[in-house]
Design a protein around this ligand. Structure first.
Ligand code: AVI
Length: 320
């Protein structure tokens, strides 16, 4: 380095500082556990898209088929004048099926997502395809208090939360989200996709695909920690573990230490015994009646239900 030129460590972004703080907390608790939201950087989001197309991963194609077959009936529950709020909107692939079944002049579409650039790009594409549709994107974390744009006169507000994303919430988080949604959708309702309890072999295969895409998705949490935070751990030190836990009716994903090892993060060292895990995700599976009871406690009145011939996935209408 030339004399007089000072080298400074690049400053971590606020997001990286939060990741570091959450990972320290995750590694310090017993058992070790981190939020699944850290799967979704660019690589993780791409891997998740690949998961959705895997032969073993039935939820995406089953829900898409339900939306394709019943979009008109689902949209009929909304009524003609609506503010349609999509929670965690992403690429807007599923909501397009609903929008195609609705007259656009009565719809104010409010897609909400925490990732601004992604959301705005998806909205630009939608605006080209649906020139008459009023689109008001909202960059926000829908699980936290937020302010929705006012509803147009004579409209009611309805929500859309597809993908069984509620399955990744803890029961307390699911309850908190449903209460928040019931309050802000009062007078309207919520259309929500949930993954149903089923044969454990089908579930096991969906989270242990033959190509190893789910394993790479799971491992991405630690790969991110290595790339973004300079975390150090032996290569091959962790393996993907996903299994159905019938007591909690959930798939659990973990990263399991293949040997006794030390993970270094900043100036801290965290010990893993052989077989010890970092718990990375829950994916809760529901029965229709169990989920309706949960929704009812949060302030909804259960309405129509659409499900596939195998009863693997369901889309529920809940009046708020
Ligand atoms: C986003 N979420 C509903 C997926 C699920 O099935 O729980 C995430 C996922 N994890 C592993 N495969 C897919």
């Amino acid at each position: 380095m030339k004399p007089g030129i000072e080298w400074r460590q690049p400053r971590a972004s606020a997001e990286q500082r939060q990741f570091a703080a959450d990972l320290h907390a995750a590694l310090a608790r017993a058992p070790k556990a981190i939020s699944p939201k850290y799967f979704y950087d660019e690589t993780g989001s791409r891997l998740f898209e690949q998961i959705c197309d895997l032969p073993e991963y039935y939820p995406t194609r089953t829900e898409l088929a339900l939306l394709q077959a019943h979009a008109a009936d689902m949209a009929a529950q909304f009524g003609p004048q609506v503010q349609l709020v999509e929670y965690g909107a992403g690429a807007l692939r599923k909501v397009r099926l609903l929008l195609d079944a609705m007259p656009h002049d009565g719809v104010q579409f409010v897609p909400m997502d925490i990732s601004g650039p992604h959301l705005l790009a998806a909205c630009d594409g939608l605006a080209v395809d649906c020139p008459g549709l009023a689109i008001q994107p909202l960059v926000a974390d829908f699980t936290r208090p937020h302010t929705l744009p006012p509803c147009a006169d004579g409209s009611r507000r309805v929500g859309f939360f597809p993908g069984s994303s509620i399955g990744n919430f803890t029961p307390a988080e699911a309850d908190a989200f449903l209460r928040l949604a019931a309050a802000e959708l009062k007078g309207g309702g919520l259309l929500i996709g949930i993954d149903l309890v089923k044969d454990a072999h089908v579930l096991h295969a969906a989270y242990n695909d033959a190509r190893g895409v789910t394993a790479a998705f799971n491992m991405n949490v630690l790969e991110r920690a290595r790339a973004e935070l300079g975390a150090e751990f032996p290569s091959g030190g962790f393996e993907h573990l996903a299994f159905y836990n019938p007591a909690y009716r959930r798939i659990e994903m973990h990263l399991r230490a293949t040997q006794p090892l030390v993970l270094r993060l900043g100036d801290q060292s965290y010990m893993f015994n052989e077989g010890e895990t970092l718990h990375t995700e829950h994916s809760h599976k529901y029965t229709v009646s169990g989920f309706q009871a949960l929704a009812q406690r949060a302030g909804f009145k259960p309405g129509k239900v659409w499900t596939d011939a195998n009863q693997w996935f369901a889309v529920l209408w809940l009046e708020a």
